[in-house]
Ligand binder design. Structure first.
Ligand SMILES: NC(=O)C1=CN([C@@H]2O[C@H](COP(=O)(O)OP(=O)(O)OC[C@H]3O[C@@H](n4cnc5c(N)ncnc54)[C@H](O)[C@@H]3O)[C@@H](O)[C@H]2O)C=CC1
Ligand SMILES: O=C([O-])CC(=O)C(=O)O
Length: 330
């Protein structure tokens, strides 16, 4: 039997913490599936190329049957040539006391040239996931600089928030995470995000009704999920890496392979105006995926509690967009 041609997967920041937790899972087939060979294209800044070469040696030593090769670049134009899946991880992480938005200027400059490089050389079917913070607005910058690529191919990661919310709710209800469906993260990957359990289901029952504890929801669950990144930085002394890599695998896996019947996932995607989110903002929504395409779940009722929180997070996204516009990045 002849093998399918390899899928080109570009990973930026390949020598970083997330990169180290991500590359081996991609090469082992967990990103795309056990029938899909991959060719890795790693992008790093010149000072970190040697470390990326070390990671490539270790990848070689794993003898992954699906890994067709690893190439290392310090030039985005080359790294994104022919890429089918682009994982934009490389950026400066925040440290204690910073908000993700504080990274806008530092990291914004990275995503403009990378958007241009994707525009110039990526494959026609390219799918982009931005992980580097502030992820939603970095995705907007990359997208704005890639006018020939369909806008909907640019997404940002809120799957880690989604997974955190699943885990917190499962612990509260003392059920396995697999019993929970239809979790939603709305808005920005920031402390204003809104993890919504009003449409989630636990073994078919409404999750908010199963919890039946508004104080826990408003004062524990929502802030815990929204500020979990800061909690990890406080406790681990560095920002989430393995859990972020795992969420990136989940995001792309489900985008490519589809969501199961009766469930959905959270992805930050360009708004089409759904739920009153201004068109074009890259905001987190509940989405289903099939055939490599996602669709925003329609028709969910939002009460005032949910509406106010979504509006606040979307306002923050609009402010970030205005800030990068002023910086000339979009
Ligand atoms: N969306 C999300 O849920 C999450 C996002 N993050 C973000 O992911 C990013 C990466 O985190 P870590 O891997 O922990 O950081 P890290 O500092 O360990 O690694 C970042 C890597 O990116 C590289 N890099 C910097 N500029 C680059 C450029 N222009 N092109 C290519 N590579 C470049 C650096 O040399 C470094 O090796 C940070 O922005 C962090 O805040 C982290 C966790 C979750
Ligand atoms: O909090 C951070 O800076 C890293 C991150 O995005 C997360 O863990 O959600």
């Amino acid at each position: 039997m002849t093998q399918a041609p390899p899928v080109n997967v570009t990973v930026t920041g390949a020598a970083g913490q997330i990169g180290y937790a991500l590359l081996f899972r991609i090469a082992s087939g967990q990103l795309l599936g056990q029938d899909k060979p991959v060719r890795l294209r790693l992008l790093e800044i010149p000072q970190a190329v040697k470390a990326a070469e070390g990671v490539a040696l270790e990848l070689e030593d794993c003898a992954f049957p699906l890994l067709a090769g690893t190439d290392i670049f310090d030039d985005p134009k080359k790294a994104f040539e022919g890429t089918n899946i682009a994982l934009l991880v490389g950026a400066r992480p925040r440290t204690k006391g910073m908000e993700r938005g504080d990274l806008l200027e530092a990291n914004g400059g990275i995503f403009k040239p990378q958007g241009e490089a994707i525009n110039a050389g990526a494959a026609d079917d390219v799918k982009v996931l931005v992980v580097g913070n502030p992820a939603n607005t970095n995705a907007l910058i990359a997208q704005a600089n890639a006018p020939d690529v369909p806008a909907e191919r640019f997404t940002a990661m809120t799957r880690l928030d989604h997974n955190r919310a699943l885990a917190q709710l499962a612990t509260k209800l003392a059920v396995p995470v697999s019993d929970i469906k239809k979790m939603t993260i709305w808005g920005n990957h920031s402390a204003t995000q809104y993890p919504d359990i009003f449409h989630a289901e636990v073994k078919g029952e409404n999750a908010a009704a199963a919890v039946n504890d508004q104080t826990w929801l408003a004062e524990e669950f929502i802030p815990r999920v929204a500020k979990r990144g800061a909690e990890i930085i406080e406790v681990r002394g560095a920002s989430s890496a393995a859990s972020a890599a795992s969420a990136a695998i989940d995001h792309v896996h489900d985008w490519v392979n589809g969501t199961p019947e009766g469930d959905w996932v959270s992805m930050a995607v360009p708004s089409d105006g759904s739920y009153g989110v201004p068109a074009g903002l890259i905001s987190s929504f509940p989405v289903t995926t099939t055939g490599g395409r996602y669709e925003i779940v329609q028709g969910l009722d939002l009460d005032d509690f949910s509406r106010d929180r979504i509006d606040a997070s979307v306002k923050e996204l609009a402010d970030e967009r205005d800030a990068v516009r002023k910086l000339g990045l979009i």
